[in-house]
Design a protein around this ligand. Structure first.
Ligand code: NAD
Ligand code: UDP
Length: 339
């Protein structure tokens, strides 16, 4: 072993999906917090394909390195293990601030940590945006509307949130994150954007994160009963991941600064959604009814007039197209023994 006598080189160069070549003034340095998660990894894919320089910081609580495996080693990409509760310094032009667990079982696992992530994490990222003069986008949520008394929900609706219930760590955490975002805008002139995201699904969802889409698909694929919480008459509107990514990038690069709903207004009761998954995936499935979860919102449907007027955005993927791609992804993962 002649260490020191030769330079170690890669025996086999890695190959990557080709990315766009941008001039120096077009190429942006972009930070994505929570970039190893479901939404974050799709956002990173799109920003990389567009030719930007992307840095991800993630503590891997719910995210996975293998969601980003295909970019590791690319000269435009960097993945850093870091918890946003602690400050982080980097020179960037844009910050997409996603870091936060998003499914009820995950954000309720350690509620205090969830609040710290929303509050301290958002302060740290806004402080960074202020210092380096980066544009900052917060991924907020339809949960800021709580159990809504206005239907569908426009951005002007102030919400109906239980401040001490089991969902409060997430809902109130995001509400404070929005307050902080507009505080930094007014007080320190930080250039901010806020997306209020409604239920989103797609490949790379965590198969056991407890959300209804992944639960129903996995149960149907395994031939298990679909678990319906409560009477199944509560409603949700499901958006496919690629539509959300279009909306986030449009919002970041638009001048509009008020909160913007991003969601698919196609509304289903959970029972209708279970029937849909049963028909698409496994017609032999049966249902099991379980108790409703505490403070479960009874209805949810975005009013997307703002996104349509100011961003020229509306969803392009139907539920059927999105579910078919997602089912295919979970089938492949099962066949590969990954899940
Ligand atoms: P996810 O759990 O898949 O991703 C969250 C990512 O943040 C993970 O990679 C996780 O490891 C990371 N993270 C969590 N806490 C962190 C911390 N303290 N420091 C650093 N990294 C941390 O969830 P997702 O569905 O991809 O959601 C992404 C964002 O979008 C979240 O802010 C969520 O609130 C928001 N959102 C998502 C939905 C949805 O339907 N998926 C709906 C509304 C809002
Ligand atoms: N839900 C269900 N069965 C499941 C998982 C969820 O009936 O296996 C219900 C849940 O009670 C809620 C809806 O589906 O009414 C959406 O739940 P999810 O956790 O996906 O998202 P959120 O409640 O945050 O909208």
């Amino acid at each position: 072993f002649d260490s020191g006598t030769r330079t170690i080189s890669y025996l086999k160069a890695r190959s990557f999906v080709p990315v766009k070549s941008l001039s120096l003034c077009e190429k942006k340095r972009i930070l994505v917090t929570g970039g190893a998660g479901f939404v974050g990894s799709h956002l990173v894919d799109r920003l990389m394909l567009m030719g930007h320089e992307v840095t991800v910081i993630d503590n891997f609580f719910t995210g996975r390195k293998n969601n980003l495996d295909h970019w590791i080693g690319h000269p435009n990409f960097e993945l850093i293990r870091h918890d946003v509760v602690d400050p982080y310094m980097i020179e960037v032009d844009q910050i997409y601030h996603l870091a936060c667990p998003a499914s009820p079982p995950h954000y309720q696992y350690n509620p205090i940590k969830t609040i710290k992530t929303s509050v301290m994490g958002t302060i740290n990222m806004l402080g960074l945006a202020k210092r380096v003069k980066a544009r900052f986008l917060l991924t907020s949520t339809s949960e800021v509307y709580g159990d809504p008394e206005e239907h569908p929900q426009p951005e002007t609706y102030w919400g109906n949130v239980n401040p001490i219930g089991p969902r409060a760590c997430y809902d109130e955490g995001k509400r404070v994150a929005e307050t902080l975002t507009y505080g930094y805008m007014q007080q320190d002139n930080v250039d901010v954007r806020v997306a209020r995201i409604f239920n989103t699904f797609g490949p790379r969802m965590n198969e056991n994160d407890g959300r209804v889409v992944s639960n129903f698909i996995m149960q149907a694929l395994k031939g298990e009963n679909l678990t319906i919480y409560g009477d199944g008459q509560q409603t949700r509107s499901f958006q496919y991941i690629h539509d959300l990514i279009d909306g986030l990038i449009l919002l970041m690069n638009n001048d509009y600064r008020e909160p913007v709903n991003l969601g698919n207004p196609d509304e289903y009761t959970i029972f209708e959604f279970a029937e849909f998954i049963k028909n698409e995936v496994n017609p032999k499935c049966k249902y099991t009814t379980l108790p409703a979860t505490t403070d479960d919102p009874k209805q949810r449907k975005p009013d997307i007039s703002r996104a349509s007027e100011f961003l020229g955005w509306s969803p392009r993927w139907s539920l059927k197209q999105g579910i078919n791609e997602t089912v295919q992804y979970f089938r492949q993962q099962m066949a590969a023994g990954v899940i």
